[in-house]
Each structure stands twice: as structure tokens, then as C-alpha cells.
Design a protein around this ligand. Structure first.
Ligand SMILES: Cc1cc2nc3c(=O)[nH]c(=O)nc-3n(C[C@H](O)[C@H](O)[C@H](O)COP(=O)(O)OP(=O)(O)OC[C@H]3O[C@@H](n4cnc5c(N)ncnc54)[C@H](O)[C@@H]3O)c2cc1C
Ligand code: SF4
Length: 438
């Protein structure tokens, strides 16, 4: 090729390279800023399984960054870095995407260990008759948790051979939790004609899915469920996914005991008494814990809290149009809820937090809140504590000991969750603490 003919191609390639480098540099700058901000706010502890990038193997292709649907990874210094650890939900999409095997998926970090129960190959804990499925056992993601729910019931039947059927006053199997693992386990229990019950602390099935933001697209893969067969799911909205589970539940006539929170397990010779917040304990030969890792929302323990006007997360801010809403808490979820509510015309958004300042939150949330407070779209009440919730008001205790009664229609408590591990350790279930290991 003569120089004259080659020149336009060379210029084109050079321009593309310059554009690519500039674009990448711009992306890197934003990732670096986000990383710095999350570091400063102390938000670097991933909730569960997460990637660790080996910088010696990472060539900075950025494939994992593009593949992460939660935007948890970014490019910093030419290498992939977990820049938004709290957004990582442990898909592992980044791990499969890396062409150089530079990513390992681990539990916990050097600073904060994560307790993973010790299970046999049949998913049984060290206590005969107590089994674990899904995210609690370290098997996160919708498809994997659902697959494991089915497998665990098959394993239980194998393990408990000769112990079923149980006497009339006892169920063969009590399934705790109606997320993907618990739901698929209940289908399997139905298929195998076990005498079973399924309890759920919430008023709805779906587990973590029920708590996804409105219209969130879940990334999943086809899964085989007992009684149903192969379900071909790929990208599906939260709403469609919940509709699928509810339709399946209804079609196969599975009754879930909602608002039943497991509070204690008491072993006896030949089974367990499972104590719930609903009084009479449930007597079960075997117990399957499919309770995930999200825990139970932390409550305020004040008069009036146990009423329908109190919720523990904001799912759809539009449902509160025209109402006066009090958000309680000082973390990112509380700030984001107050901001989302205050952004909708007609909603009165009040935020109550017991401390004098918001410390461990993203700078972006802190700044937006301060701006909205200045504009009067969110009423921020620092150093206040909820004393009482009534039908039309909330009583707040101020720092100087005085009280204020504010008009109120709804309360959203965002005070974090109580993890299930202490409860399970109390029964004697053994755990292993992982500090950034597989
Ligand atoms: C924001 C977010 C986005 C996600 N996006 C995706 C995605 O796109 N794709 C994907 O595959 N995965 C995704 N995941 C992960 C996925 O949702 C979970 O891994 C999966 O739901 C785990 O299923 P599980 O049944 O083990 O537990 P969970 O879904 O957590 O269900 C546990 C159930 O047990 C109940 N429970 C807990 N304690 C008790 C108790 N003491 N008594 C009675 N009931 C109790 C809970 O209320 C809950 O309903 C996401 C997670 C989050 C948080
Ligand atoms: S595990 Fe999933 S959410 Fe976490 S960084 Fe990788 S792709 Fe993103």
C-alpha cells in the first residue's frame, strides 16, 4: 500500500485511539472520585460474596467493569477495583467475564469477617435435622438459591430416611423463609409429599427480591423447579419475578404463614420446637433455614410501632403521595428514602436521627440532603428519638429532653437489620468466619 493510500487509515486509527484514551481517562476520573468518596465514608465492607482483583494479573481490559450490572467495579490506576463495595451483591458476573482469571470471589474482608455455617455435603448443620439453603449458607443469587432449595429437600429425605412420617402433632419439615430458596424447597417438599409448613417474617413472599427497588431488572438464568420444570428466566423485572413466584405458589396450593418470625429453636429428642412471634411453637422433625443474610429489620421498640403505618424500607415513594412521612435512621438507606420522598411534590418528608451528624454515609447523599433541607423539601431533625407513634402523630424527644408532636401518616424505620447468626449460634449451630477467603 502506498503512503498516500495508507495515510487516511493511519489518521483514523490515531484519532480513534486518542478518543478511546480520553474517554477512558474521563471514566477513570469518575471512578477514582467515587472510590475516594466511599473510602472516606468507611463504606468499603461488601455485604457478602465479592470480587478481589489480583493487580498482577489484571491488564485493565475493563471487561469486568462493563459486565457488573450494579456498577460496583471501576477502573483506578489502570486496574479494576471494587469502588462501591456496598453495591456488590455477589453475582460473580465480573469473575466469569475476566479473560485473565484475575478475579477471585471471596467472603468477608481482612477487617470484617463473615460467618458461614459449617455444612455437610447434604446441607446439614452440625445439629442433626437442621439444614440450610440459599444465601445464608453462602449460596447467593436467585438461580443458585432456588436450585439449592430443591436439592436440600432431596438431601433431607435421604438423610432422614426412616424418620418420616412424623407423629400427627408434628410436621416433617418446617421451612423458614419464603425467598427463592424457601419457595423452591416448598415445591420440592410438595412433590415428595412431605408434611411441611413454610413460615415467613414478612407479609409477602420473594425474600430479598421483594425488597429490590421498583422495576429493578434482576439478572438471572434458567432454573429447574420441582412441580414446575425448567423456568426460562434471564432479565426479568422485580414485579414479574414476584408475580411468577406468587402464581406458582397459588397454582400448587402452598400456604405460607406470613408475619411469623422465627425467634428461637429448641431441640428435643426427635425434633425441634420452633418458637415464633405468633405464640404456640411449631413442632418439626427437620428444619430448613432459608432465611438469607438480610436479617430482621431493627425495630424502635416504642409504643405504636406494631401498627400498619410503620414500614421498614421504602420501596415505592409514589405510594406516599399526599402524605406526611417520617423516616427514622442515619445511614444511606434512611437518607435516600428521605430524599426520594422529599423530591415528590405533595409529600412531607421528615428525617429523624438520634446523633448530631451523619457520619458513615455517601458524600452525595449528605450533600443532596443538606441542599433539600436548605430548600425546605426535607425537614431534618437531628438528635431526636421517636418516643411514641399514634394514628395521626409521632412524638419525638429532643436533645434537651423536651418533646415535639408532629403530624404524621406513615413511618419508615431504616435502622439496619439484626443478623440471624447470633440466634443460630445460640442453638449450637457451628460457623466458620471467613476473612476475605473463598
Ligand atoms: C439489591 C439487590 C439486588 C440483587 N439483584 C440480583 C440479581 O439481579 N440477580 C440475582 O441472581 N440475585 C440478585 N440479588 C441476590 C438475591 O436476591 C439473593 O441472593 C437471593 O434472594 C437469596 O435467596 P434466599 O432465599 O437464600 O434468601 P432471601 O431472598 O434473603 O430470603 C430469605 C427470606 O427469609 C425471611 N426471613 C429471614 N429471617 C427470618 C426469620 N427469623 N423468620 C422468618 N422468616 C425469616 C426473609 O424475610 C426473606 O423473605 C440481589 C440482592 C440485592 C439485595
Ligand atoms: S460480584 Fe456482581 S455485583 Fe459484585 S462486582 Fe462482580 S459483577 Fe458486580
Amino acid at each position: 500500500m502506498s503512503l498516500q493510500l495508507f495515510l487516511p487509515y493511519a489518521v483514523g486509527i490515531a484519532l480513534f485511539l486518542v478518543w478511546h484514551i480520553l474517554r477512558r481517562g474521563k471514566g477513570e476520573k469518575a471512578h477514582k472520585a467515587e472510590f475516594k468518596e466511599n473510602l472516606a465514608a468507611g463504606l468499603m465492607e461488601p455485604p457478602s460474596l465479592h470480587p478481589v482483583v489480583n493487580p498482577a494479573l489484571c491488564i485493565g481490559s475493563g471487561t469486568c467493569v462493563k459486565k457488573c450490572p450494579e456498577e460496583a467495579l471501576g477502573m483506578v490506576g489502570g486496574k479494576a477495583v471494587l469502588i462501591n463495595a456496598s453495591a456488590c451483591i455477589g453475582h460473580g458476573a465480573c469473575h466469569s467475564a475476566c479473560p485473565f482469571d484475575a478475579i477471585t470471589l471471596v467472603f468477608g474482608t481482612e477487617k470484617r469477617g463473615i460467618d458461614i455455617p459449617l455444612l455437610s455435603h447434604l446441607f446439614e448443620t452440625n445439629l442433626h435435622g437442621i439444614f440450610i439453603a440459599g444465601e445464608l449458607g453462602g449460596m447467593g443469587l436467585i438461580r443458585k438459591a432456588a436450585e439449592q432449595g430443591t436439592q436440600v429437600v432431596e438431601a433431607i429425605i435421604k438423610r432422614m430416611v426412616g424418620e418420616f412420617p412424623s407423629p400427627p402433632d408434628m410436621v416433617d419439615l418446617l421451612i423458614v423463609g419464603a425467598g427463592p430458596a424457601g419457595m423452591s424447597a416448598s415445591l420440592s417438599a410438595k412433590l415428595h409429599k412431605l408434611k411441611f409448613r413454610i413460615i415467613e417474617q414478612e407479609h409477602s413472599l420473594g425474600g430479598a427480591i421483594f425488597k429490590y427497588p421498583r422495576q429493578k431488572i434482576a439478572m438471572t438464568a434458567p432454573v429447574k423447579l420441582a412441580m414446575v420444570g425448567l423456568v426460562k428466566m434471564h432479565e426479568i423485572s422485580k414485579e414479574d419475578l414476584l408475580e411468577f413466584w406468587e402464581g406458582t405458589r397459588a397454582k400448587h396450593d402452598i400456604t405460607i404463614d406470613y408475619n411469623h418470625r422465627m425467634e428461637r429453636i429448641e431441640p428435643f429428642d426427635g425434633g425441634f420446637f420452633v418458637h415464633t412471634n405468633q405464640g404456640t411453637p411449631i413442632k418439626a422433625r427437620a428444619v430448613l433455614l432459608a432465611i438469607g443474610r438480610q436479617g430482621t429489620p431493627r425495630t424502635l421498640d416504642v409504643p405504636g410501632e406494631n401498627t400498619p403505618k410503620v414500614a421498614y424500607r421504602l420501596i415505592d415513594p409514589h405510594q406516599y403521595e399526599g402524605q406526611k412521612v417520617l423516616v427514622v435512621g442515619g445511614g444511606d438507606s434512611a437518607l435516600e428514602a428521605a430524599i426520594a420522598l422529599g423530591s415528590i411534590k405533595g409529600i412531607t418528608s421528615v428525617l429523624s436521627y438520634r446523633s448530631a451528624a451523619f457520619s458513615r454515609v455517601k458524600g452525595k447523599n449528605r450533600d443532596t440532603l443538606a441542599k433539600m433541607q436548605a430548600e425546605g423539601t426535607v425537614d431534618v431533625r437531628l438528635q431526636t428519638q421517636v418516643l411514641q407513634i399514634t394514628e395521626k402523630t409521632v412524638v419525638l424527644k429532643n436533645e434537651d429532653g423536651s418533646t415535639s408532636e408532629i403530624d404524621n401518616d406513615q413511618v419508615i424505620v431504616c435502622a439496619g437489620g439484626v443478623l440471624p447468626t447470633p440466634l443460630l449460634k445460640d442453638v449450637g449451630i457451628k460457623f466458620e468466619t471467613k476473612f476475605g477467603t473463598v
